[in-house]
Ligand binder design. Structure first.
Ligand SMILES: [Zn+2]
Length: 163
């Protein structure tokens, strides 16, 4: 599963984390999101409702048999019982279309951070851009590697003075 997501427990007892295989994650902490999250991992809101209903709800509105809050409570119970479930990502995370080399991104961040010459400089613009990029691609800029450190020194020698 290349694009797999896993259901994990959050840190507060009422929340959940959708963890992508590539390290990105997403917090689910609003109860109206529980039914949708549970459905992603295989739950179905009206599976226990019997006949009359037939999936009349997506779990966030009343159906002939259950109120929205009953659906939400059931979804939460289901989620708690299925921590660790793994499915293909139906689209929570934007696909990464091109290869990202995190070491390059980290090195550029470090040089922009160390060498920028004020808020209106090229270096500062670069800093903002690389931060946005890292956030979008789930790259932890503070986690240096020996490769990113080495790249940083090369880049700093060449471009440091121009930022
Ligand atoms: Zn129903």
């Amino acid at each position: 599963m290349n694009n797999g997501i896993t259901l994990e427990e959050g840190s507060f007892g009422f929340d959940y984390v959708i963890q992508h295989k590539d390290g990105r994650d997403m917090l689910v902490q609003n109860d109206w999101e529980y039914p949708g999250t549970a459905m992603t991992f295989g739950w179905s809101p009206c599976s226990r409702c019997r006949r009359a209903c037939r999936g009349a709800s997506d779990g966030t509105i009343d159906c002939p048999r259950c109120t929205a809050s009953q659906h939400i409570a059931k979804a939460q119970t289901w989620l708690d019982a299925h921590i660790g479930a793994r499915v293909e990502d139906p689209g929570y995370f934007e696909a990464i279309e091109y290869p990202v080399n995190p070491d390059v991104v980290k090195a550029i961040y470090a040089i922009a951070y160390e060498y920028h010459s004020g808020q209106w400089s090229r270096g500062y613009r670069l800093l903002c851009r690389v931060q946005r990029y890292a956030r979008k691609h789930g790259i932890d800029l503070d986690a240096e590697t020996s490769a990113s450190r080495k790249l940083y020194h090369t880049l700093a020698a060449r471009y440091g003075a121009k930022l």
